[in-house]
Ligand binder design. Structure first.
Ligand SMILES: [Zn+2]
Length: 167
């Protein structure tokens, strides 16, 4: 771990504490060069699947990107920031449980759309038109032109029914 202050490459661990019944570790460190003291945490990371676009491109799951799209769609609508984050939390939980290496991005899109529809149909329509108009026109069109792809998985919440919008 580099020093956050002087960027020296060697820093010493001066204290280690096990937290959350061994699920996390906190370390106090000290820089030999400038004596800066700082703290680092180690946690388990959730392994989320890569998204597979209609043209075969892979993309990492990007929570911020989805939140940005949702926030824009829900502007001046009765959908709170907490509800948006809860929606994505639910999606991440789903994905973590499925423990797939990759998943078609339109399945993610459908899940988000379905959940958003439950919260506010107006935001749902905005979200759909936003992605259709600005983001993934090419993916959307190529999805329509292709014969229906078999979904990677059959899951009640993550199915390929309805629109083929991608995130
Ligand atoms: Zn330093």
């Amino acid at each position: 771990m580099h020093c956050p202050s002087c960027h020296a490459q060697d820093t010493k661990v001066i204290e280690t504490r096990i937290l959350q019944n061994g699920m996390a570790v906190r370390r106090r460190r000290r820089c030999d060069d400038c004596d800066k003291r700082f703290t680092t945490y180690e946690n388990f990371t959730q392994q989320l699947p890569a998204l597979v676009k209609a043209d075969g491109r892979r993309e990492n799951f990007n929570r911020e990107k989805i939140i940005k799209g949702l926030t824009k769609a829900c502007q001046k609508r009765p959908v709170s920031r907490d509800q948006i984050h809860a929606l994505i939390d639910g999606l991440e939980r789903h994905l973590a449980e499925l423990s797939l290496k990759e998943i078609r991005s339109d399945l993610i899109g459908n899940y988000v759309m379905e959940e958003l529809y439950k919260l506010d149909p107006v935001s749902y329509v905005r979200f759909a038109s936003f992605y259709w108009t600005f983001n993934d026109v090419q993916d959307f069109v190529s999805n329509l032109e292709k014969s229906p792809l078999q979904p990677l998985i059959n899951n009640e919440s993550l199915n390929s029914k309805g629109s083929q919008l991608e995130i």
